[in-house]
Design a protein around this ligand. Sequence first.
Ligand code: AHM
Ligand code: MG
Length: 333
Amino acid sequence: MSKLIPLHDFISENHCDFPSTELSSILGAIEKAGKNISKDIRKAGLVDHILGSKGSQNIQGEEQQKLDVVADLAFIEAFEESGQICGFASEENDNFVAFQNKEAKNATYVVLFDPLDGSSNIDVNVSIGTIFSVYKRISPLGNEAVLEDMLQEGTKQVLAGYVLYGSSTMLVYSTGNGVNGFTLDPESENFCLSHRNMRMPEIGRLYAMNEGNINECEEGLSNYISYCQSRENQTGMPYSGRYIGSLVADFHRNLIKGGIYIYPDVLSAPKGKLRLLYECNPLAFIAEQAGGLASTGRKRILEIKPEELHHQRVPYYVGSKLMVEKAMSFLKK
Ligand code: AHM
Ligand code: MG
């Protein structure tokens, strides 16, 4: 077997993908926190303090922490320690945070992240993931980060990706020059290059949507789903439905095999469920970098100007290029 290439070596060999050493050390912080969370997840059922709801008490009367809070803290600590981040916003925190020390005020980047996506799967041993997005600050160096630093269009991302805690743990990222994937080697505890220059097939045979919502969405979409299930579709055979309910896992499978993931606007979530900044933008960046597409059904995700930090949700169609284009053609303009 050929020699494994650890992430650190890959970054040194491909330093032109990283416009600055600061950016590579941010990826190093993500790598470190991702490894720690992966360890926690692997023993989640065995350790009292990481499963269960925040606010509940364990049998000794101690407060239990949800795994997503543990993950949030691990990433924040790694970002702060890196000294390269002036502020962050996370799905788990009510507001964005500007780090206060001098080093941070002179740092160039902000990070937005969802520490552990797929909350309904956390306690039931199904794949979950961390999603991250890095931007250059707009505010002047030497000052605290401000809200405008966080509210940038997805096209401005300089680094984005995810850590998938699945049957193996993987780190997938892009700096805008293609997509590479690394698998955590449990022996050396290094993320090693396993998926070089990932390309999403232009078309696949998989569709992923919570079909429990089918009667709650627009007619064009239910017609598209019927098309997926028919022999009239682009492959001449019904597609297979695959829905894990963890966006990162559904996305990753489609990235490798080809497919489409849809979370539309529905009656119970009139703007869609997924958050533009924490979930949709980073994966849209990866999708496009791998040759796929990401759209609201009407508009390119990466061109949406964010207006609010937490509540901005969008309908989401992401995956293989020809499949997303076909789905869009079923929707009213
Ligand atoms: P979360 O941020 O609360 O975990 O919600 C996001 C998740 C996605 O990972 C997943 O694709 C979707 O919600 C599943 O939602 P639903 O259960 O409505 O199908
Ligand atoms: Mg989430």
